[in-house]
Design a protein. Structure first.
Length: 281
């Protein structure tokens, strides 16, 4: 079933966390001269119109990037993220939102490469259109990202960041994430792997971080951002997490400075908060 469209959720609190972490990881890889790849297994359409019918239906961006748009007291890593979203909105009003592919590409260098996968037919077509002028730096494939990842590892430069963020609409996605990472760590143990996951009341979602902690990586970091109490009926996402395998040593301190601000800025009720945990290599 391929009903999920990220256009309904673009720019929400989960995107804020995911893209903040993504930018920090890409920046870190770019500190060395040697090129690297960024592999996005579930790239979506790549860019989103916040005035479209899809985005207006839930208007989730108003509780995410919309809360940060006019603030002038942003911590430095949050300000960097918001500035890149502003690049997508040259008129000054928040009308469009760049997905992970654009944010990664704008942070990469000429010698680095971006590999994008998207299985949803409509989104894959939009993704190709959004990057048709990117040349050899970007390759878009309208195929399953889990299978595509397996074929790419290890990447030629032996340096890569892999972003895995399926919709988790189907319970099988939780298992597929774990199995894909087990295989990836065997093929390319030195890669950095960033997994986005939703905070839901369902058992699979609550168990996923613990399963990721047991994977044979050199170290891990788990950051969560919660904006509300879990719903009594168990419906809806109250927060999300970014789990990073083989994280850079700088990431923990960067997030320690940004997450308290985001938890307060994006809070919807007294249940808002954050967690930041790690296991060093």
């Amino acid at each position: 079933m391929l009903s999920y469209r990220h256009a309904f959720h673009a720019g929400n609190h989960a995107d804020v966390l995911k893209h903040l972490v993504l930018l920090q990881l890409v920046r870190y890889l770019g500190q060395k001269d040697k090129p690297f790849w960024v592999i996005d297994t579930h790239a979506g359409a790549g860019a989103y119109d916040l005035e479209s019918a899809h985005a207006r239906k839930l208007a989730e961006h108003e509780g995410g990037i919309g809360r940060l748009w006019a603030r002038r007291d942003l911590p430095a890593p949050v300000a960097e993220y918001v500035d890149l979203v502003r690049r997508f909105n040259p008129g000054g009003a928040l009308r469009k939102y760049p997905g992970s592919p654009f944010l990664a590409l704008w942070t990469m260098r000429e010698q680095d490469r971006l590999r994008l996968f998207e299985l949803h037919t409509s989104d894959a077509r939009l993704l190709r259109g959004n990057f048709e002028d990117a040349g050899r730096r970007v390759l878009v494939e309208g195929t399953d990202g889990f299978a595509g990842l397996r074929a790419l590892l290890p990447p030629p430069p032996r340096r890569a960041l892999v972003l895995i963020d399926p919709s988790y609409e189907e319970k099988q996605d939780y298992e597929r994430v774990v199995q894909a990472l087990k295989d990836a760590l065997t093929r390319f143990p030195g890669g950095t792997y960033a997994v986005w996951y939703p905070q839901l009341t369902r058992l699979e979602a609550r168990e996923l971080p613990q399963r990721l902690k047991r994977l044979p990586a050199k170290g891990w970091l788990d950051a969560t951002l919660r904006v509300r109490e879990p719903a009594r009926d168990g419906f809806g996402m109250h927060g999300s997490g970014m789990f990073v395998l083989n994280p850079p040593w700088t990431l923990h301190d960067t997030l320690a400075g940004a997450l308290p601000f985001l938890a307060e800025a994006l809070r919807e009720d007294a249940g808002a908060g954050f967690t930041l945990d790690r296991q060093a290599a």
